[in-house]
Ligand binder design. Structure first.
Ligand code: CTP
Length: 400
C-alpha cells in the first residue's frame, strides 16, 4: 500500500538484467504507482524504450536533448516529481558515476537533483561486484543514505556462478515497500554495536584470537544507521573491514580495551547490540620481548577476562535494550537461553557455528532470535544484511 499513488523514477542501466526491469515496472504499476523510466543509452540496447512506455503508460526519457515531455527542464522536472527512485539494474558504471557526482547523461543528471529516497540494485559479474573500487563506491552511496538492495548469488550471465545477480523483481518491490513503510524509525536514538573478535597479546608479535570477522556486527550497525540511529561501532582486533561511512567506529584490540570503550559509550545508548566475539581469557603475562623457542614445552597461563555483556546487564536502565549473541557448537537453544537470563538481556541471537555458511567469517548466517518473554524466531539461512534487518525489527517491536 505504501507505493500506491507514488511517483517512482525507475532508472534502468545497461546490463543483461535490464529485461527484469520490465517486470519491476509492471509490478510497481500494479501496486498503484506511477512509474517514470529513465534509461541509459546502453540499457536501450537490451530493452527498447517502447517496451517501458507500453508497460508504464508514461513517456520514457533517454536523451538530454530530445523534446521535453514535461513543462520544465526535463531532468529537474523528473527529479522534483519523484517520491521514490529505484535504479535497477545498477551497473558498476552507474554506481561509480553516481558516487563521483558525474552528470553526463539523462539518468546521472537527474540523479544529482533527486531529493527523494534512492534505492539501487547492483547487478554485475561477481569479480566486478567484489572489486574494492565498486565496494567503496557502494559504501559512499550508502553513506549518503542510498538504500542498497543486496544482489542475489547464483548463475550469472557471464557463465559460472557467484554474487551479482539482480534479485527477483517481486523481492525488489517488497524490499522497497518494507523500507518505505519503516522510514527513519531509529532517528534520535543512540545505538551501540560491538563487532569482531578480540586479540589477546602473548608477546609483541603473537596473540590469541578467534575467527570472527566482524561482518555480522557491521551489518547490524549499517542497518541501524539506515534507520536514522546515531551509531557507535566498537570493533575488536580481528576486524579488517573498512569503516562504514557515517558511523563512529572505535577500534580496539583486546577485551579490556573493548570493555573500556563499551562502558563509556553504553551509558546513554538506547540500544546495545553485542555481536563481538570477546575472548574469555587472556595470557596472564604479556612478554615484553618476543618469546624465543627452545626444546621444552611452553605453558601459557590464562586469566579470565571480564564479561562485558554481564556488566552491561547488571547496570542496564529500565528503557535500555540489551542484545547479546551466543555462538554455540552444541545445545544451541539451552545455552543461549541460559546466557539471556544470566546476563539480563532483552534478546539473544543464537547461532550454530558448526553449520557451513553460518557464523564466523561467512556472508550468510543461520540464527534464532530468542526473547526474554520466551519467544523464539527461527530464521532460514540469510545474508548477514537480512539477519541484521530482522534483529532490528525485533528490537523495534520491543520499543513499542
Ligand atoms: N561477551 C562479553 N564479554 C565476554 C564474553 C562474552 O561481552 N568476556 C558477550 C558476547 O559479545 C556475546 C555474549 O556475551 O554477546 C555471549 O558470548 P559467548 O562467547 O557466546 O558466551 P560466553 O558468555 O563467553 O560463554 P561461553 O564462551 O562459555 O559459551
Amino acid at each position: 500500500m505504501v507505493l500506491e499513488g507514488k511517483k517512482i523514477l525507475l532508472g534502468v542501466t545497461g546490463g543483461i538484467a535490464a529485461y527484469k526491469a520490465v517486470e519491476i515496472a509492471s509490478r510497481l504499476r500494479k501496486k498503484g504507482a506511477e512509474v517514470h523510466v529513465v534509461m541509459t543509452r546502453e540499457a536501450a540496447r537490451f530493452v527498447t524504450p517502447l517496451t517501458f512506455r507500453e508497460i508504464t503508460g508514461q513517456p520514457v526519457s533517454l536523451d538530454m536533448w530530445e523534446e521535453p515531455a514535461h513543462w520544465n527542464v526535463e531532468h529537474i522536472a523528473l527529479a522534483r516529481m519523484a517520491d521514490v527512485c529505484l535504479i535497477a539494474p545498477a551497473t558498476a558504471n552507474i554506481i561509480a558515476k553516481a558516487a563521483a557526482g558525474i552528470a553526463d547523461d539523462m539518468l546521472t543528471t537527474t540523479l544529482l537533483a533527486v531529493k527523494a529516497p534512492i534505492f539501487f540494485a547492483p547487478a554485475m559479474n561477481s569479480a566486478m561486484y567484489e572489486n574494492p573500487v565498486t565496494q567503496e563506491n557502494m559504501a559512499k552511496l550508502q553513506a549518503r543514505g542510498w538504500h542498497k538492495i543486496e544482489p542475489a548469488t547464483g548463475h550469472l550471465a557471464c557463465g559460472g556462478s557467484g554474487v551479482g545477480r539482480l534479485p527477483e523483481p517481486a523481492d525488489i518491490v517488497r524490499e522497497m515497500e518494507e523500507t518505505q513503510a519503516r522510514g527513519k524509525t531509529l532517528a534520535g536514538k543512540k545505538v551501540l554495536v560491538t563487532a569482531g573478535g578480540t586479540l589477546e597479546a602473548i608477546d609483541p608479535v603473537r596473540f590469541i584470537g578467534n575467527r570472527s570477522s566482524g561482518k555480522m556486527g557491521y551489518a547490524v550497525a549499517q542497518e541501524a544507521a539506515q534507520r536514522g540511529a546515531e551509531v557507535v561501532l566498537v570493533a575488536g582486533g580481528t576486524v579488517a573491514l573498512a569503516d562504514p561511512p557515517g558511523i563512529r567506529v572505535l577500534h580496539t584490540e583486546s577485551a579490556l580495551a573493548m570493555r573500556e570503550a563499551v562502558l563509556q559509550e553504553a551509558a546513554d545508548a538506547a540500544v546495545v547490540i553485542k555481536a563481538a566475539a570477546v575472548a574469555d581469557y587472556r595470557p596472564k603475562e604479556r612478554a615484553k620481548q618476543k618469546i624465543k623457542k627452545n626444546d621444552a614445552e611452553l605453558t601459557l597461563v590464562l586469566e579470565k577476562n571480564p564479561d562485558i555483556l554481564m556488566e552491561l546487564g547488571a547496570r542496564k536502565r529500565e528503557t535500555q535494550i540489551l542484545v547479546g549473541f551466543a555462538a554455540e557448537t552444541q545445545n544451541l537453544l539451552a545455552y543461549a537461553q541460559e546466557k539471556l537470563k544470566k546476563k539480563n538481556l532483552d534478546l539473544i541471537v543464537a547461532n550454530d557455528v558448526t553449520c557451513p555458511d553460518a557464523g564466523f567469517n561467512t556472508e550468510t548466517n543461520l540464527v534464532k532470535i530468542i526473547g526474554r518473554d520466551g519467544s523464539i524466531k527461527e530464521l532460514p539461512l540469510l545474508s548477514k544484511q537480512k539477519v541484521a534487518k530482522t534483529i532490528l525489527d525485533a528490537i523495534e517491536s520491543l520499543q513499542k
